[in-house]
Write a protein that binds this ligand. Structure first.
Ligand SMILES: [Zn+2]
Length: 308
């Protein structure tokens, strides 16, 4: 039995199965990034609280800090105890070696990201990575990226990203690479502006473009850089064809703010789990609130405030 089979053996539904089911239900799968076990505990707790599936994500930087194999082992362990599906994605993977490392460690999905390269080169390198990871695990979900949505899930001074994806390049890219899932640029952006963190501004998506790209591409679609997006646009984006929604910066903001508060509460407190427990709880609230929204459930104003 390979490492990837071991990781999947506790859940009957593959990621592909869950995405197909959610699409029929008109729901989106929440993708939440983790850098450490505090964030992982928060995402798993939110899945348990809402009884909704989650896709746990870790970019190359996050995997380097956590350890790709160590994160896969922890998710496997959480999955054994969970009655809702938990999946793991190798977010923003910029090399064949890192894509293979994640596939071999048992990740359920890889976001292959050569979107900074010219289109033809993006096609060639993505195709090569898709074939390589599927040779390790045929059930793995291969995602490819086109367009520019900026880099880094951080707080930013000015908006990043530029060129939006077109339906024609989406169709060409999917046909040429064999990806299962496409991440287009549709008005989304990595990170949040200060005004978004303060809740004074929201991201707005090109909903018509999403719908056209869905028709042209005919595969699952992922929305990166979801943090700070208007709630109504999330709902409409899912209706237009978005299947996976990435939220990272909102979790990082909640993590930082609650950690600051927790540390300031008692300057003599040195017990890590007493300091970190409220941080897990704050991040969990953000994740639960986003999960409910992506599944068409009513989100209370207090919960929305936590997100803002
Ligand atoms: Zn992203």
């Amino acid at each position: 039995m390979t490492a990837s089979e071991t990781l999947r053996s506790t859940s009957k539904d593959t990621l592909h199965d869950v995405l197909t089911r959610l699409e029929k239900e008109g729901a989106g799968l929440g993708h939440f990034n983790v850098s450490d076990q505090v964030l992982l505990k928060a995402v798993v707790a939110a899945a348990a609280e809402t009884r909704l599936p989650v896709l746990i994500g870790a970019s190359e930087g996050e995997r380097e800090f956590f350890g790709a194999r160590q994160l896969a082992a922890l998710v496997k362990s959480e999955r054994e105890q969970s009655d809702v599906p938990l999946f793991l994605n190798a977010d923003h993977t910029h090399s064949l070696a890192k894509a293979l490392e994640a596939a071999k460690a048992g990740f359920d999905a890889v976001t292959i990201d050569f979107s900074a390269l010219p289109f033809e080169e993006n096609v060639a390198r993505t195709k090569e990575a898709v074939q390589a990871i599927k040779a390790v695990n045929p059930a793995i979900l291969a995602e490819g990226e086109i367009g520019d949505i900026g880099t880094g899930s951080e707080i930013k001074e000015t908006a990043q990203g530029g060129k939006l994806s077109t339906p024609e390049e989406a169709r060409q890219f999917v046909e040429a690479t064999g990806i299962d899932d496409l991440a287009p640029a549709v008005g989304n952006m990595h990170g949040m502006l200060k005004s978004m963190v303060q809740g004074k501004a929201k991201k707005h998506l090109d909903l018509e473009r999403i719908s056209q790209i869905k028709k042209a591409a005919g595969v699952f679609l992922t929305l990166h850089g979801g943090s700070g997006t208007d709630d109504e646009h999330f709902r409409k984006a899912i209706a237009a064809g978005i299947n996976i929604i990435h939220i990272n910066t909102e979790l990082r903001v909640a993590w930082r703010e609650s950690l600051d508060k927790s540390l300031a509460r008692d300057l003599n407190e040195v017990v890590p789990y007493k300091i970190l427990r409220p941080v897990v709880d704050s991040v969990k609230q953000v994740v639960s609130s986003r999960l409910r929204l992506f599944h068409g459930q009513t989100v209370s104003p207090e919960a929305v405030e936590t997100v803002a």
